[in-house]
Design a binder for this molecule. Structure first.
Ligand code: ADP
Ligand code: ZN
Length: 437
């Protein structure tokens, strides 16, 4: 069975890969300058011309693009090809504000789908597999990306979209799905539903899952692997750069290989914009090297990561990024302390709780309030019948949170099934302070 979808590219010696990136980059800068007024203006403001960009290192001279540029340029401002050459749009989920629309030519769709195909082959997928795509279809890139990738691999594709979880499980069983693609929170829900239907992982044929589009922890990975009896792999991407498949995990599961022949990655200090050396944590910035319709240069993702280039047992040479710790704008500052939802998820799952939780932050007077609702499992619910048992459990969970976070949340242990399940990106944080501002 093939180990790679595009072996030559995926295992290309690093020097050669860097030369390829540089060649594409120099062309791309010229193309964008000539075809995109918005970015040309940004370059002109900085006094930079394409001729000033002579090597990959010169990328540091180029201006950044941010989400607010994309909003300002909405809808056509960053389009670099005539509309007659475009064949598709997709749009962000609007997790943190107004949606952004991205355009694709057929070439752009092909490279995006090839990136997703690489991810499918990396988890052992081939034309013998049945790929169940339970990411949402439509404007969201999750469904379309993995769907296209599965076609490119030649797998039998089940275009389920998200939702209708019992039907997902029925199709999964009747059609012997082997690879599941969806958000990790939805995978956890499917695992829970399987259990509720009186079924076990032995009743399904899944071997692997490709999960992404939202942050998830190692503890969540173990939870999903157990409930579905599979190996769970991470995939990362964003609409602005194409969609899922910008990077993906291989069998080594020590970070996600960035598809460097298409996307050049930098890590910067989010406060100063300074490029940081490999191995430092900072904000991920992408330059699309060969997209046509929507070729963003130096796009600030707001995702916090560490990049590392190392010899990977899988044989791929492309640089790896760690799981994003969360977006810089997912980070909450509560009573002056930085808190990431992923820290809370880690504590909950380590302490044997369900991945069904919600974080509520508000402000009363000048004081931040910080509450965490977490659901008990059926077993815990039976076990903690006595108020005193529940109290003891709450105390011990609270102190584990204090150790991790450095501040004390008010923990609420809720009855099973009291928090609404996610079929797409889970909404973990309700920060009402923003309403008062
Ligand atoms: P929106 O920005 O509206 O959510 P997208 O659907 O394009 O739009 O989401 C892209 C974002 O989703 C990324 O910037 C990142 O924050 C998050 N994301 C995607 N994949 C992962 C992943 N595997 N792990 C953590 N976060 C992810
Ligand atoms: Zn690898």
């Amino acid at each position: 069975m093939a180990k790679y979808f595009q072996e030559e590219i995926e295992t290309m010696p690093v020097e050669q890969l860097k030369a390829l990136q540089e060649e594409k980059f120099l062309k791309q800068v010229k193309f964008v300058y000539e075809n995109n007024e918005y970015y040309r203006n940004l370059m002109d403001e900085k006094g930079i011309k394409p001729e000033d960009i002579k090597s990959m290192d010169d990328i540091q001279k180029l201006p950044f693009l941010t989400k607010s540029d994309l909003r300002e340029a909405y809808p056509y401002g960053l389009l670099s090809k005539p509309l007659k050459d475009c064949v598709r749009i997709q749009s962000t989920s609007g997790t943190t504000g107004r949606r952004v629309v991205a355009f694709y030519t057929q070439h752009d769709l092909d490279i995006w789908e090839e990136c997703c195909a690489r991810a499918i082959v990396a988890v052992g997928g081939s034309n013998k597999d049945v790929v169940q795509v339970a990411y949402g279809y439509g404007l969201f890139t999750g469904g379309a990306g993995l769907h296209g990738g599965s076609h490119k691999v030649g797998s039998l594709t089940l275009p389920m979209s998200s939702g209708n979880t019992e039907r997902q499980i029925q199709f999964m069983r009747d059609l012997n799905a082997t690879i599941l693609c969806c958000t990790p929170s939805y995978a956890a829900y499917i695992g829970e539903k399987l259990h509720d239907m009186g079924l076990t992982p032995d009743d399904i044929n899944l071997k692997a899952g490709i999960f992404g589009a939202e942050p998830w922890t190692e503890e969540m990975r173990q939870n999903i692997e157990k409930s579905l009896g599979i190996k769970a792999y991470d995939i990362y991407g964003l609409t602005e750069i194409s969609g899922p498949g910008v990077s993906f995990e291989c069998e080594a599961q020590t970070g996600m290989h960035i598809n460097e022949d298409h996307f050049y990655a930098e890590v910067i200090d989010p406060d100063t914009g300074e490029v940081l050396p490999e191995g430092s944590e900072g904000e991920l910035v992408f330059t699309s090297l060969d997209k046509e319709a929507f070729p963003l240069l130096r796009y600030r993702t707001r995702d916090l990561v560490v990049l590392k280039r190392e010899k990977c047992p899988c044989g791929r040479t492309h640089i790896k990024m760690c799981k994003p710790k969360g977006r810089s704008d997912d980070m909450m500052i509560i009573r002056g302390v930085n808190v990431f939802p992923s820290q809370i998820e880690t504590v909950l799952l380590k302490c044997g709780y369900t991945p069904n939780y919600q974080i509520l932050v508000d402000r009363v007077g000048n004081e931040d309030t910080f509450d965490i609702n977490v659901e008990l499992s059926e077993e815990q619910f039976k076990k903690y019948r006595e108020e005193s048992d529940l109290d003891a459990a709450r105390k011990s969970l609270t102190s584990a949170m204090v150790t991790m976070l450095g501040i004390r949340p008010k923990m609420h242990l809720l009855a099973p099934k009291s928090i609404v399940r996610s079929e797409g990106k889970a909404v973990r944080i309700i920060d009402k302070r923003k309403l008062h501002d």
